[in-house]
Design a protein around this ligand. Sequence first.
Ligand code: 8YV
Length: 338
Amino acid sequence: MNTSTNTQTNAQKPKILVARAIFPEALAKLEESFEVRSNQADQILTPEELKKELAGVVGALVTGSERIDAQALAQAKDLKIVANISVGYNNFDVPAITTAGVMATNTPDVLTDTTADFGFALLMATARRITESEHWIRAGKWDKWSIVNNPLGMDLHGSTLGIIGMGRIGQGVAKRALGFGMKVIYHNRSRLSEADEKACAASYVSKEELLRTADHVVLVLPYSAQSHHTIGEKELALMKPTATLINIARGGIVDDLALAKALREKTIFAAGLDVFEGEPSVNPELLKLSNVVLAPHIASATEKTRRAMVDLAIDNLRAALGGKKPPSLINAEVFKAE
Ligand code: 8YV
């Protein structure tokens, strides 16, 4: 951990924590207004270290890797805001943060299109066996063009796309599917308005119907105790043997062990995963399989979008510490206008 230099001016500056490495220019800008404890080494803090770092700061920029709960906040008596550099905030125990009187914010909107693009990239790579094909070439196995003995995939055009979780990113995936001539069905906690359904040309169906009829299933729902293992053995058994499953949501939404079994036994065709249970560890059973495309949680990872996420988190932090309502405040009840 580093503390910004120039201790003389630091004496008058509010103290903040930047729990993970961020872009140097963004850090330098923060150092103009704050005394910054920053983790440019990017080593994930242990819960004990995080608790210590949060004690004595008024604001913190964190990511999905930092769990913010009552234990982390136990000594954070001056803390006013925890700004997540992430739209998903399942790393936040929101009731505990609210009880501590701390504002919690996330980074919606700025990553919607980048994440939806990636969902589509993963879907295409999975259905058309792109990474498997590359491994095949690199292993020197491509000796001739062949009608039947080449990696044969599944079509996107003319197929049915099933989206579970139809928030901003889910709707972004649906709109992209229109350009591919796909029929879109979706399942969500609540049905979209007629106008939003029309904009995505998407029809609402039950989860069971979606799993039974979709050729490609994309998961874009937030993680919670209720969405844990939304896709397990029972749900995988409903899917077509020709179907693909794409998870750009969160690890834990899919039972990875049950998925590995379905892929191994080819009861579904293939899967594309950007997120994993217990990541960055990946279930070793998945690593043995060629019909799964693996990505290291990079759906929002373009430079432009990651910069926009950091900037929005900083806007949230500056607003909260300046007595203004942060643009993406999760627990509005904590905000008191000064
Ligand atoms: C983040 C994400 O990069 O925003 C989210 O919910 O999954 C990613 O964009 C990741 O959570 C790290 O904080």
